[in-house]
Design a protein around this ligand. Sequence first.
Ligand code: KQY
Length: 365
Amino acid sequence: MSDTLTSTPAADGYRMPGEFEAHSGCWIAWPERTDNWRLGAKPAQAAYAAVAEAISASGEPVTVAVSDRQFEHCRSVLSPSIRVVEISTDDAWIRDMGPTFVIDDAGGRRGIDWRFNAWGGLNGGLYFPWDRDDRVAAKVLEIEGAARYRAPIVLEGGSIHVDGQGTLIATEECLLNENRNPKLSREQIEGALHDYLGAEKVIWLGRGVHLDETSGHVDNLACFARPGVVLLTYAEDRGDPQHEISEDALARLRAATDARGRRLEVITLPSPGPLTITAQEADGVDQVAGTLPRRAGDRLAASYVNFYLGTRRIVFPLLDERHDARAAEILRGCFPDREVLGVPAREILLGGGNIHCITQQVPAP
Ligand code: KQY
């Protein structure tokens, strides 16, 4: 087994790079649980496969983690260039259950294995049990041959974004939620973000996207396009609860300076919808006690910010024909050196997240 280190990344000279820095590869986990994914998870599997193919075709090696039960099917639908490995999971959100990689200036790459409690444990978590998910990061690090830090706090990869230069953005709704680390103060959490990710400055946003079941992950609300530039989902309609959330985030970002003392440029992306679950979609999901139910009419936490920032290609979710083209145009303007490709993503959204949530980049050392 790879080493488990007792020090911290910061003490060892490691930092989390920005997602816009070069990658060696990308991990995805295969969806199959029928109490979250409708129609036996078949439509979701097709959507995940399209994301995997889009990243792989851009030249970024993709690995898909899949159960023994689904291994042969998964292998048969994905291109041979995509590596498929057997790993047991509880669901398919590797951004959150997978490791966060850190690098140093000497070509080293290691990984952080955070504690995982299914977005809230027994106090608002989305399913029970989650112990297989909690073991995923260690297995990924084993396969990647990367030494492991076992962090002492509950944290999901989707709840943080960094600029790779000492600045981290997160929401108070998630990181300070009593269903994550109830015994830790804001200062103690900032201390852990410094020790494990190299964050010298945390810019606190308030709430995440309206009704986001993760307790407001930042990766659905805002992200760094590069140091000094943040993309933010923004609802124009003042009657939409998302408007006030986005306005508050905008004000906080505009008032902030980053770890290097720079003011931030904020670029807004349109907010899709509002989108809701149809009766047909809800009917296709198995209702199981202990799992968050999917009900007709419930609003979905849709956002174009939830995209994958690949080395050569942005893979973003197609969610709403009224806004998809504008979102693509803004992303093209923001990433002139990358191709921008939209992938139909409603089936991923129905499971409670989107393309960023189902991917985990392996940074180039
Ligand atoms: O936002 C994410 N990073 C993950 C979404 C998980 C939703 C679980 N149903």
